[in-house]
Design a protein around this ligand. Structure first.
Ligand code: CTP
Length: 133
């Protein structure tokens, strides 16, 4: 009898796509048989980070959805809806970068919660600053 492939879900803005994003998505996908990504809406990113993304939500969803390691994308409109999104997408594993370490442990009653180490020395903010100066 073969084991049923687990469904992995992750969330993020993924603005100004960089190698840290790709590595996070690749490692998330390796945890199971499929990967669904909740791409944060422009307004949610403003709430989280105090600025609107460079690429709008439709562009970011197109880019993330085109990746080989990504099986599906949807728009994440609120952090408070994580539980609903996980249930809706029947996810078995929630993967987040360790900048969120501990923040989603309250969801471990419905899925496994895994925090992966961030790729050092790169971020959207750093890329924007590099281009600016
Ligand atoms: N991520 C990562 N390694 C990095 C940057 C991001 O693993 N160097 C992960 C985050 O932990 C998160 C996902 O990629 O799980 C999406 O991160 P996001 O916040 O969109 O990217 P950042 O580069 O961190 O953006 P910002 O600088 O705007 O905070």
């Amino acid at each position: 009898m073969s084991a049923v492939a687990k469904r992995v879900i992750t969330f993020g803005t993924f603005d100004v796509f960089h190698v840290g994003h790709l590595k996070l998505l690749e490692r998330a996908r390796e945890r199971g048989g499929s990967l669904t990504v909740g791409v944060s809406s422009d307004d949610l990113n403003y709430d989280k980070k105090g600025r609107y993304p460079v690429y709008d939500q439709a562009e970011r969803m197109l880019l993330i959805g085109a990746l080989r390691v990504v099986d599906g994308v949807f728009l994440e409109e609120s952090l408070e809806q994580k539980r609903d999104y996980i249930i809706e997408h029947e996810a078995d594993i929630l993967v987040m970068g360790d900048d969120w370490s501990g923040k989603f442990n309250y969801l471990s009653d419905i899925c496994e919660v895994v925090y992966l180490p961030r790729t050092p020395a790169i971020s959207t903010t750093a890329v924007i600053e590099k281009i600016r100066h």
